[in-house]
Design a binder for this molecule. Structure first.
Ligand code: EAX
Length: 322
């Protein structure tokens, strides 16, 4: 095809107006691109672009390139970053109502946790972010957290006594792990590998998808499948940025986040299925038959505290959710 000067001018005008109408937003994670979080934000970015006809583009950042999870949530609250994908680790510092989800041994399995988050309890919690400057688009997950350390096999809670472990900056986790006799050291995720390598801490706890993608097997010898707490994740957006969208674009962002969650959960399932064999092959000793009942019993005093703080009825509503 051959364009005359006027047609060419029109075409370039049309192209520049397309470029002008495109808004670019940022989203970040603290784990690698090749991870359950990487597929979540990559899928989200692709879906936003597709569902808004390319008017919105989402730039993706990995490995804490824009800071740790707490910093990314702060940036979204301030509006210096439009989007973040984070675990609930630092979230209670912004939206205390979410704390209840971080209670150990609350969920039986991933199916239970996903049903609660997708059901009325989880959806109601998403609305609690509105008043704090966020639009919470969707829940996603890290999966069930397990313990690793460089000192010894952990089979029962006694084995945890005196271990110095990095925890998330999460008040519920810190209280519970102290209940196990762990010396807790809260720290942002991007610092954890080096802290383990240098022996600043003996151990850490994270789900298999995080342990694998962060290559913690290089600096940790012992893994115990404690599954002591479920670790939700969340897609967050700056409230003002969300409010500016048309109704159709709002729905597009929410649906894109839901697609991100689907990809995220599928990858967690995949990593959980092959993770233990992978980590054994890489030289870790994996204790896969911990005495769960003993771990639950060790937290009885802390649980009594949690029942006071969150209300036994609210905890039971989650525990008994079908
Ligand atoms: O969200 O801080 C943590 O241990 C988190 O599980 C990790 O950053 C993935």
């Amino acid at each position: 095809m051959k364009f005359g000067p006027i047609a060419a001018a029109c075409l370039s005008l049309a192209l520049s107006s397309v470029a002008f109408a495109q808004t670019t937003m940022k989203i970040s994670i603290s784990t690698a691109q090749n991870s359950h979080q990487g597929v979540a934000i990559d899928t989200f970015a692709k879906e936003v672009e597709k569902r808004t006809g390319g008017r919105y583009k989402v730039q993706t950042f990995y490995n804490g390139a824009l800071g740790g999870e707490r910093e990314s949530i702060e940036a979204v609250q301030l509006g210096t970053q439009e989007l973040a994908f984070s675990s609930t680790g630092p979230v209670p510092n912004f939206v205390p109502e979410t704390k209840i989800l971080d209670v150990p041994f609350l969920f039986r399995d991933k199916a239970h946790a996903r049903a609660v988050l997708d059901g009325p309890i989880g959806q109601d919690l998403l609305t609690k972010f509105d008043a704090k400057g966020f639009k919470a688009l969707a829940w996603a997950e890290n999966g069930f957290r397990h313990m690793t350390n460089s000192k010894r096999d952990v089979k029962a809670p006694e084995d945890l006594k005196g271990l110095k472990m990095r925890t998330m900056e999460n008040p519920v986790h810190i209280a519970a792990y102290k209940g196990f006799g762990i010396i807790t050291t809260p720290m942002a995720f991007p610092e954890v590998f080096t802290a383990l390598q240098q022996g600043t801490v003996d151990g850490q706890e994270n789900p298999l998808p995080v342990i694998i993608s962060a290559k913690f097997d290089q600096v940790q010898k012992h893994l115990s499948l404690t599954g002591h707490v479920y670790s939700p994740c969340i897609f967050l957006m700056n409230k003002a940025s969300f409010d500016k969208l048309s109704a159709a674009d709002k729905q597009a962002f929410i649906d894109a986040a839901k697609e991100g969650t689907k990809a995220n959960r599928a990858r967690v399932d995949e990593d959980d299925a092959k993770g233990v064999a992978d980590l054994r092959a890489k030289g870790m000793t994996v204790i896969d038959n911990v005495d769960k009942a003993k771990f639950v019993a060790a937290l009885a005093p802390v649980n009594a505290q949690f029942e006071k703080e969150f209300g036994k009825a609210n905890l039971d509503k989650i525990r008994d959710y079908k």
